[in-house]
Design a protein around this ligand. Structure first.
Ligand code: ZN
Ligand code: ZN
Length: 233
């Protein structure tokens, strides 16, 4: 995200600030995840609190594990704070995530509260550094997300926060017993479910031991039957 922003900013004609302004504004203020900081103003210390209910963007979560279904409600509580370099954004996103229990494979639903904090810098301060030493600043740009026409897109921040707040190994409940490794039956439904697996294995081992034992004897007797018979006598 910062990389593409840099490309756009660098690609604009530096002699025409108006062109740069429109070019860099790829953010659409009608997008509910785009926030406008104009009302906040640039006096350091100014605060603004916002609550906003948005529809979850696609792929909000951990792919193929657990995530917030696209279009479902995400409630955002956001604090904008004007600081010298830009706007510090702190907030929490609350949503309901859906996934599958890693133990019993049953569908599960889990509330998620994801905290986030991100600094969005004023592009003019950003530009000063950029034009003064564009190459040197290339690495730093990774950490700085510039405001675009006073707006910022919360989506990448929200995405990272939700992924961090979700479990990599979701379980339907802490004591989920999972599935029977032998036959796949749910051990939650039938806690007493078991096979005589121990006996079967033991029997198999016993059988193996027996066959190894007799095998040795057979080899010996097969190789030298006479000796074997004599030893037994
Ligand atoms: Zn489970
Ligand atoms: Zn079983």
């Amino acid at each position: 995200m910062p990389a593409s922003a840099s490309i756009l900013t660098l690609g604009r004609p530096p002699h025409d600030p108006k062109a740069g302004r429109t070019l860099s504004t790829r953010l659409d203020h009608r997008n509910p995840l785009v926030f406008d900081t104009h009302e906040l103003g640039r006096r350091p210390g100014a605060l603004q609190r916002l609550s906003r209910s948005v529809q979850a963007p696609e792929n909000l979560g951990i792919a193929a594990v657990i995530g917030v279904p696209q279009g479902s409600e995400v409630v955002l509580e956001i604090r904008l704070e004007s600081v010298m370099e830009g706007v510090l954004v702190t907030g929490t996103a609350r949503a309901s995530a859906e996934g599958e229990c890693v133990r019993c494979l049953e569908p599960l639903r889990q509330d998620v509260a994801a905290d986030f904090q991100e600094m969005f810098s004023y592009p003019d301060t950003d530009d000063r550094g950029r034009y003064a030493a564009a190459d040197d600043d290339a690495e730093d740009d990774e950490d700085i997300i510039p405001l675009e026409d006073g707006m910022f897109d919360l989506e990448p921040v929200l995405r990272d926060a939700v992924v961090l707040a979700l479990p990599m190994q979701p379980v339907c409940r802490e004591d989920c017993a999972g599935l029977c490794p032998e036959c796949g039956a749910s051990l939650n439904d039938d806690p007493d479910h078991h096979h005589d697996a121990v006996d079967i294995r033991w029997a198999a081992l016993q059988g193996l031991a027996d066959s190894l034992g007799t095998g040795e004897k057979d080899n010996m007797s097969g190789a030298e039957p006479g000796v074997d018979e004599k030893q037994e006598k």
